[in-house]
Design a protein around this ligand. Structure first.
Ligand SMILES: Cc1cc2nc3c(=O)[nH]c(=O)nc-3n(C[C@H](O)[C@H](O)[C@H](O)COP(=O)(O)OP(=O)(O)OC[C@H]3O[C@@H](n4cnc5c(N)ncnc54)[C@H](O)[C@@H]3O)c2cc1C
Length: 380
């Protein structure tokens, strides 16, 4: 067992660092507080080969590994936390599900623009009455000649305000077996009142009113739910990587602060009460990193294991938040202010404890692996 990156991985990390320092360091703070999607960053990343890292070359990607994509997200976030969202959107989110299960025609229509940084795809899974219990979703797909009619509503969809295409979970029939997914273009989606998360990210409710979807836009038909969730495990690793990376960003800011800020005539880093906070933070970051790398490295180019993904995400989400929170405390009023990005990192990390499978739901999954049985969460 070797806990170091390979030489190629180190070279890749260094090249991403150079790119990020050259193009993303200036304006990192403004970008974090700006509305909308950083299209300029997306186009630069497309040129640099940072979108579609794990997507096969025949589909326009880079043919790299999941660990490469994790390294990219961490390295970009270490310079510009907000730009890590572009790495997420171009590698880990619904784009990866599309690349994994999409037909040649679907990839031809949508993937090229996504990989060029000219478009973004959103996933519409959550509904007003189906959050953690996602299989309770009601959005229906009813047969209509050689296509389908989709009706329902989705909430909390990230990028909803500017996505070009939506990967929408729908119900073709009853039960878990009846769930699948379709691709719906922006022009067919009615957006509700704009809203914002605590992180500043925008979302709007999606209304799908008897939308005609051709058979060619069915991504996974009836019985596709398990495959869909297997693809979604990749998204969870991107979410874990950003939690860890933004926690680390806050930690590095606090570490630098503690080595220059003086109170009572001494540097902050000389107070044992703060040294122990740093020791705790460092242990959490290292443990989170190992769990994340295990899940990504074991998956390689395939899909990560549900158990290793659940452990990595639950731990990285908690660690990222705890570390960002303690870093903010160490920086006092400056940490709480928008003068630094520490408060931004804290707000972002808080959301990932809920998004993409909350920590509690992931712990339920971990318990099922421990006891090798499923525990129904529903009343008898
Ligand atoms: C920042 C952010 C981005 C998001 N992006 C998207 C997106 O792009 N697309 C999309 O479809 N959705 C998105 N979501 C929605 C997200 O997937 C849901 O918020 C999440 O699944 C939880 O659902 P809920 O909010 O309805 O909470 P609920 O399901 O109502 O849960 C409320 C609380 O109860 C806990 N809980 C529920 N059931 C159990 C149980 N059985 N055991 C123990 N605890 C339980 C939960 O962990 C949570 O703490 C996003 C959410 C956030 C915060």
């Amino acid at each position: 067992m070797d806990f170091r990156l390979t030489q190629e991985e180190e070279q890749f990390r260094d090249s991403v660092k150079k790119f990020a320092e050259k193009h993303l360091a200036a304006g990192a703070r403004e970008r974090a507080h700006a509305a909308g999607y950083p299209w300029d960053v997306a186009k630069l990343m497309a040129k640099q080969g940072l979108l579609g890292i794990t997507i096969p070359e025949k589909d326009g990607g880079q043919g790299g590994t999941l660990l490469d994509a994790v390294i990219a997200i961490e390295t970009v976030a270490s310079v510009c936390p907000r730009s890590a969202d572009v790495v997420q959107a171009g590698n880990f989110g619904p784009i990866r599900v599309l690349a994994e299960y999409g037909s040649a025609a679907q990839k031809q229509t949508y993937l090229r623009k996504l990989l060029a940084g000219e478009a973004v795809i959103s996933v519409g899974m959550t509904e007003p009455d189906a959050g953690s219990a996602v299989t309770d979703l009601k959005t229906s797909a009813k047969k209509d000649g050689d296509g389908w009619r989709v009706s329902g509503s989705k909430i909390f969809t990230t990028h909803s305000a500017y996505a070009d295409v939506f990967l929408v979970y729908v119900r073709f029939g009853p039960g878990v077996g009846g769930i699948g997914s379709v691709l719906i273009e922006k022009k067919d989606v009615k957006l509700g009142k704009p809203s914002k998360f605590m992180s500043g990210e925008e979302w709007a409710q999606l209304y799908l009113e008897d939308v005609r979807v051709p058979q060619a836009n069915v991504l996974l038909g009836e019985g596709g739910f398990k495959k869909q969730i297997a693809g979604f495990n990749v998204e969870r690793l991107g979410n874990s990587a950003r939690s860890l990376a933004l926690g680390r960003y806050a930690y590095e800011a606090a570490r630098a602060w503690a080595m220059e800020r003086k109170q009572f005539g001494r540097l902050l880093c000389e107070f044992q009460g703060l040294q122990w906070k740093f020791a705790d933070m460092k242990m959490k970051l290292d443990a989170a990193q190992l769990l994340l790398y295990r899940a990504a490295a074991n998956a390689d180019r395939g899909l990560p294991s549900p158990e290793e993904t659940a452990i990595a995400k639950a731990y990285c989400n908690q660690a990222g938040f705890d570390v960002a929170n303690e870093s903010l405390q160490v920086m006092g009023g400056m940490g709480y202010s928008q003068e630094s990005l520490v408060e931004y990192c804290l707000r972002r990390c808080r959301g990932w404890m809920i998004a993409g499978g909350s920590i509690e739901i992931l712990k339920n999954r971990i318990a099922e692996h421990i006891f090798e049985r499923s525990f129904s969460q529903r009343p008898d």
